[in-house]
Design a binder for this molecule. Structure first.
Ligand SMILES: Nc1ncnc2c1ncn2[C@@H]1O[C@H](COP(=O)(O)OP(=O)(O)OP(=O)(O)O)[C@@H](O)[C@H]1O
Ligand SMILES: [Mg+2]
Length: 587
């Protein structure tokens, strides 16, 4: 059952087969020396027995030479194998990363970051150890056993048969070990992934943890994951604790048999002392390779368990991709059309949007207003084809988005969310993220439009300041302004501002408002927000509730006729609050 995985894993060695064969050949030559040494020791013993000092001298020289050669070959083999191992890891890592990047957003909604991280690190390691070292150990050990077996048969077939009698028992034990141990190991890897996920979540959410002083609670949850890993590792270790020494001890049985039977033959005079010594040394020497077979089998299992988990990710086809033959988004004014669009985020998730029909002429500024969870962000996400609608179609300038090349579409759309993500890079790089070839003047102009220049220039290195992980060193409002600058610089056909000014104070917002009005002119824009000052920039407002567009009109029209709109925008003089149908306040 592990065979197809095994074969696929071997496939990763193909680009490095020259080095692999190289290290195999070195390993086999070293093994040749290993097998030669006991035979020479046997001869030396006979030389001592015969009192031939001259021969003894030459034999000791040969043994030393063989030992030195073996040393040199092993060093070279390790260097070459290490390179193969690292190269495999390097290739795999890039492949996994590239594949993850190709997957649609929905995949990341459903999978924990920590789990993915664990696959990308722990599993990669065990695969690389096996492909880089395990395979070579295995072939070397098996060959050592075979070759030593042949030499032993040549020296004395009967004694060889007796000495090697326990070998099938060893192989059988190793196989049983494999069978019991593999599922246990797979479960260990899974629990390592859970643990990583736990740790990752605590670190990402550290602000919330600290703010609510829930370190203890977080620690307990982590402790739970640690315990689960511990229990499973103990189980797995128990299996190992039983089998590994067994596999190591069984060859001793052979040694004992050789001493017993061979010793008897020497006393009888049917076996000379040199042959007996050679046999004895072979048996001692074989204990190592036989154990290594067990170790290599273990590495193989772990690699197969890891391979299965990794292939699960690699085999996950992107569900949202550019159709073959799709063309770049053709030039146009940015007209947007939704036809009977529904969206649900998963087979079991309730629909987030139902039957949306929307026709927006190019260059129109639209405000989306609605209670939390109404589907505003979802509607915007459909525009950038971050998700495909479950039913209906979304089109821009007359082309269904599913028929458009995805990068060409996304280059035409800039999206600023309320949770502005910045990369740990310089401010300038963060602003020019969507337009990497932008000149410094363009970057500075975008920053100035977003009213970000003042605070950026006050930073230690100005535009070259590196912002910390997730932009922690900037305030929420500062981050938002950088994100707005990024969107303005992209000069998109369609601009989406999703609560993009939510963290700004009224004064800064007023200042940005002028810039926004400037960049929104003649550009299809979706503004999501509640502040009257922001949504009054729009030509028209859509009122969303529970995944439906329930009203459409200018700010004045909606203020006049919809109490929900007044509630949301605070235009009735009250604080914005969310009302249900029953408690509608009379106008
Ligand atoms: N990535 C997601 N996976 C699953 N469900 C989601 C996802 N994003 C949103 N939803 C669900 O879809 C519905 C609409 O969410 P959406 O984010 O579009 O609301 P919104 O109008 O933008 O709200 P807010 O004003 O709070 O940002 C909600 O019920 C939400 O639970
Ligand atoms: Mg939203």
């Amino acid at each position: 059952m592990g065979m197809p995985t095994f074969r696929r894993l071997l496939g990763f060695l193909r680009p490095h087969r020259r080095e692999l064969w190289g290290s195999m050949v070195f390993a086999w030559m070293a093994m040749g020396m290993t097998v030669l040494i006991p035979a020479l020791v046997g001869k030396a013993t006979n030389a001592i027995d015969a009192g031939d000092e001259q021969l003894l001298f030459w034999l000791v020289g040969a043994i030393l030479l063989a030992a030195v050669l073996r040393l040199g070959l092993t060093v070279i083999r390790r260097i070459v194998a290490g390179k193969v191992s690292l190269a495999v890891e390097f290739d795999l890592r890039q492949q996994v990363y590239a594949h993850l990047m190709s997957l649609e957003l929905g995949f990341f909604d459903r999978n924990q970051t920590g789990q993915l991280m664990s696959r990308a690190t722990v599993d990669l390691q065990s695969i690389r150890f096996f492909l880089g070292y395990g395979l070579i150990f295995f072939s070397q050990s098996i060959l050592t056993v075979l070759l030593a077996g042949v030499v032993m048969f040549v020296i004395n077939p009967w004694l060889a048969l007796i000495a090697l009698a326990p070998t099938p028992l060893i192989v059988f034990t190793a196989l049983r070990y494999t069978r019991q141990s593999r599922p246990a190991m797979q479960e260990v890897a899974q629990r390592v992934a859970e643990l990583t996920a736990q740790a990752e979540e605590s670190v990402s959410g550290i602000r919330v943890v600290k703010a609510f002083a829930r370190e203890d609670h977080q620690f307990e949850r982590f402790q739970g994951a640690v315990d689960r890993l511990f229990d499973q590792s103990i189980l797995s270790t128990r299996i190992q604790a039983f089998f590994t020494p067994m596999i190591g001890a069984l060859p001793q049985l052979g040694t004992a048999l050789v001493l017993l039977v061979g010793g008897h033959q020497v006393l009888n005079g049917t076996l000379d002392l040199g042959q007996f010594t050679a046999f004895y040394v072979y048996m001692l020497m074989l204990a190592g390779p036989l154990r290594t077979v067990g170790v290599a089998l273990g590495m193989g299992q772990r690699a197969i368990a890891s391979g299965n988990r990794l292939f699960e990710v690699l085999d996950r086809e992107p569900e949202l991709f550019t159709r073959p033959g799709a063309k770049p988004l053709q030039a146009g004014g940015g007209a947007v059309k939704f036809e009977d669009v529904s969206l649900s985020y998963g087979p079991e998730a309730p629909e987030a949007l139902h039957g949306i029909d929307l026709d927006v002429p190019g260059g129109t500024r639209i405000a989306l207003v609605g209670p939390s969870g109404a589907g505003k962000t979802s509607l915007a996400a459909l525009l950038a084809r971050l998700y495909d609608p479950t039913a209906g179609s979304v089109s821009i300038d007359g082309t269904d988005l599913r028929e458009v090349d995805i990068p060409s579409l996304r280059h035409q759309i800039a999206y600023v969310s309320d949770d502005s993500f910045l990369f740990s890079d310089t401010i300038a790089e963060n602003i020019s993220y969507a337009k990497p070839d932008a000149s410094r003047e363009e970057v500075e102009r975008a920053a100035s439009l977003a009213r970000a220049s003042d605070f950026i220039e006050a930073l230690p290195d100005g535009f070259e300041t590196v912002v910390g992980e997730r932009g922690l060193t900037l305030s929420g409002g500062q981050r938002q302004r950088v994100a707005i600058a990024r969107a303005l610089l992209a000069d998109p056909r369609i601009l989406i501002l999703d609560d993009a000014t939510s963290s700004l104070d009224a004064t800064t917002e007023q200042q940005i408002r002028a810039s926004l009005a400037e960049v929104m002119a003649g550009r299809t824009t979706f503004v999501i927000g509640h502040r009257l000052s922001t949504i009054s920039l729009a030509d028209e407002c859509l009122l969303l509730d529970e995944g439906r567009i329930i009203d459409r009109g200018t700010v004045d029209e909606l203020t006049a006729r919809s109490s929900l709109f007044r509630e949301l925008t605070g235009s009735s003089g009250e604080e914005p609050r969310f009302v249900s149908e029953e408690e509608e306040v009379p106008a």
